[in-house]
Design a protein around this ligand. Structure first.
Ligand code: SAM
Ligand code: SF4
Ligand code: F3S
Length: 445
């Protein structure tokens, strides 16, 4: 019987990958994806716990779902609700206490069990919860046949979990300890993606450059090896990886940017703060000099490379001087794009217990100040392409319908008038202007 599923994804790219996999798993039980929870037989909220706001959004969505579920029930219809992801992992049965109408709670390592848990809910008429970290790896149990993908760009998780325990972060608790998939498993999944039309693969991991998986010969290898293996796949044009930790930025991976032409010239390398004192307190395991050395060595092997980062403002004990060091770093490195956040004290993390928390007003002012400079840098970066050639992957028709949208090597959206037959191809264009964060270009020839 055909049934409808609505999946809402919060948080990072790893959750996007997991949601795709949940859909693949449930497609095998007859579910098709829809865009509206009102018509759904099954709703999954794939949640994020990283900041307080992310967690709270889940409960406001659950409030709306409760009403839809009740309305359906009075019409004699059924709707099951699953809370998956990192809030599920962190809060477990708390969710069932706050929202007793939820049917299933599963963590990021147990979502492959949803079909069995749905059967149990039906059989025993009570909610099911599984937030274990099972010994059998979920990657051996989730489908790899890419049933639902029709896109040109795809994520591929190669590493999961984190052993770094930065003092502000919940990820080591919600995703568990570091695990790397084997090279063969990754290459096999990449081949399936490319055979279904994918041209660009982004390898994912909470610490993707800490990857240390097994090659065919049983030897442990790094991310550079995986990228070179994937690059051998014909018809795959572009490779990216995210998120990297400065501590794991080893020489082999830096060198790879110098010779692996399928690897895009943009690296997301979160630094969080420009102050050595704050980095030390965060337990990041590197200082600003180390960070700048990495940036310089990457520029040596790939002069056109650009950098993006994550920043936290208002970390406990951050003084005006510490904040100014962050601004100085931003002005020096000239990031092409970045994500910046107000420090959010998360339950169970060491930083949430510090007695030198910063006031909300100071945090907001610092975020405003930092974002002003980051936006200026992004505009400066975009404008630097006007009058130059840029390589794009043409992805889709624009919302207005009279233009097409491509993606540059630096992840900038590029609007262009060209033939529809070029969708899915990579080619050079000539940049004519910049419109907010989008480049406008024309075909060359
Ligand atoms: N593993 C990555 C790294 O080490 O850079 C980051 C992963 S985390 C999912 C993404 C970003 O969320 C972090 O880089 C950090 O900037 C931000 N973040 C994490 N915990 C936070 C907190 N408690 N408050 C504010 N931002 C936070
Ligand atoms: Fe969180 Fe730090 Fe691990 Fe990144 S490295 S996921 S910020 S604990
Ligand atoms: Fe959020 Fe979990 Fe990703 S906390 S950022 S969904 S790893």
């Amino acid at each position: 019987m055909n049934k409808n599923i609505f999946i809402k994804t919060f948080g990072c790219q790893m959750n996007v990958y997991d949601s795709d996999k949940m859909l693949e798993i449930l497609s095998k039980s007859g579910y098709s994806s829809i865009d509206n929870p009102s018509d759904a037989d099954l709703v999954i909220l794939n949640t994020c716990h990283i900041r307080e706001k992310a967690g709270e959004k889940v409960y406001s969505d659950l409030g709306r779902l409760r009403k839809i579920k009740a309305k359906k029930k009075s019409a004699g219809e059924k709707m099951s609700i699953v809370v998956a992801g990192c809030v599920a992992q962190a809060e477990g049965d708390e969710i069932l206490k706050r929202a007793p109408f939820v049917d299933i709670v599963v963590g990021p390592q147990t979502y492959h069990k949803i079909p069995d848990l749905l059967k149990k809910v039906d059989e025993f008429d009570k909610a099911e919860i599984d937030i274990s970290f099972p010994l059998e790896e979920k990657f051996n149990l989730i489908p790899q046949d890419n049933l639902n993908k029709k896109q040109l760009s795809s994520f591929l998780t190669v590493q999961e979990g984190c052993d770094k325990f930065c003092t502000f972060c919940v990820v080591p608790y919600t995703r568990g300890s570091e695990y790397s998939r084997s090279v063969e498993e990754i290459v096999a999944e990449a081949k399936v993606l490319v055979s279904s039309g994918v041209k660009e693969i982004t390898l994912l991991g909470q610490n993707v450059n800490a990857y240390h998986g097994q090659a065919n010969n049983g030897k442990e290898v790094g991310l550079d090896y995986v990228i070179n293996r994937i690059a051998e796949i014909e018809n795959l044009d572009r490779i990216r990886f995210t998120t990297s930790h400065p501590r794991d930025m080893k020489k082999n991976l830096i060198d790879l940017f110098g010779y692996q032409k399928k690897l895009m010239p943009l690296i997301h390398l979160p630094v969080q703060s420009g102050s050595d004192k704050i980095l030390k307190d965060m337990n990041r395991g590197h200082n600003i000099e180390d960070y700048k050395k990495i940036i310089d060595s990457l520029k040596v092997v790939r002069p056109e490379i650009s950098f993006s980062s994550d920043f936290i403002v208002g970390y406990p004990g951050e003084t005006e001087n510490d904040f100014q060091s962050t601004i100085n770093l931003v002005e020096e490195v000239k990031f092409s794009q970045s994500f910046s956040f107000i420090f959010s004290p998360r339950p169970g993390t060491p930083a949430s217990l510090r007695n030198n928390q910063i006031s909300d007003e100071i945090k907001k002012n610092r975020l405003y100040e930092l974002q002003k400079i980051l936006n200026r840098e992004r505009t400066r970066f975009n404008v630097s392409f006007v009058g130059k050639k840029l390589n794009i992957l043409l992805e889709k028709v624009s919302s207005s319908g009279d233009e097409f949208i491509g993606k540059s090597e630096y992840l900038q959206p590029v609007k262009i008038k060209c033939s529809k037959s070029l969708i899915g191809q990579t080619f050079n264009v000539f940049v004519e202007s910049v419109e907010s964060n989008c480049l406008k270009a024309r075909s060359i020839n």
